[in-house]
Design a protein around this ligand. Sequence first.
Ligand SMILES: *Cc1c(COP(=O)(O)O)cnc(C)c1O
Length: 369
Amino acid sequence: MLKTNETVLEIDLGALTHNFNYLKSKLQPNTKFLAVVKAFAYGSDSVAIAKHLESLNVDYIAVAYTKEGVLLRDAGVKTPILVLHPQPINFKTIIERCLEPSIYSARILDEFIKVAESLSQKNYPVHVKFNTGLNRLGFLKKDIDNIVSKLSDTTSIKVNSLFSHLAASEDKNEVDFTKNQINTFKSIAEDFRSKLDHNPWLHLCNTSGIINYPEGHLDMVRSGIGLYGFGNSPKEDQNLKPIASLKSVISQIHFIEKGETVGYNRVHKAQGYETTATIPIGHADGITRVYGKGKGFVFINGKKAPIVGNVCMDMIMVNITGIDCKEGDEVIIFDGSHKASNLAEASGTISYEIITAISQRVKRKIHSA
Ligand SMILES: *Cc1c(COP(=O)(O)O)cnc(C)c1O
């Protein structure tokens, strides 16, 4: 890819194709694939990602909030879209824009039926969410009879799928807990299906579930982070390609004498003669203050340059002492070889957080496959 001369997040659709094919290779041929494109496709570009996945014949798409689904419909995405975390105020929009809600509580079920009936819907597709241990969203097994009885009183909605979410699928110390979640979900599904006149499909696994628990794949899997190139383990990271590269440029170089300080609150004090570079990316772009004070770093001409002092709103300063570089040179914050997961780990966070934090102020540049 070309060198950049401003801050830009480059998105490589070829890497997305690679990750999609790799994750699919872990599945049985008839297992459906749902791509999670919430939060601007994990901080990249949800329209570009959804359209590319649509061209690869992905079966389903999921977003967290209704407005994320509306954005995709406005852009012409036709694939079924599951809204994982809708609110009653969105239900009319959900139906008007052909989005499919997660029904996660009795209140949500009642409200959705009310709106579906008021809009004269027949068999509107919904997805019933069960809580099998994450204690975040979802019904419990004991709620099944109540759900089934509400369903039998209306023709406005139809349950397309039953699903749950794993709490620790990436954690090898939680294998027993995860297997228990899988079994709990299977027994919920069996009970629910026996009380309906059709079989909704079942889905449970996120990316780490796909990789670690083939017995949990069921009818469909839901992947987010894996599509974007991270496998939640050094081994799986090698099989995936980060799709996003965050690049910037050196605006100015400073030559600092011993005892001088750099940045707000004078947090960094030079221990000797130092050279620093100022880079146009800051906490308003998603490089939050956790990366400051030497924890985070960038790469300039292949050399690692630690962030010095506090991260500012619109810039960071990095220590380039001994690095051969000049103003205007390219800076890599992360890319396919300088992985966001390493930067995240060094600063005490996770790949999910750093990539989703890259704000909308940063220009996106899409490289087609
Ligand atoms: C975000 C999310 C996913 C995707 O998880 P990854 O670990 O990114 O693969 C799957 N299912 C649900 C319910 C989610 O909220």
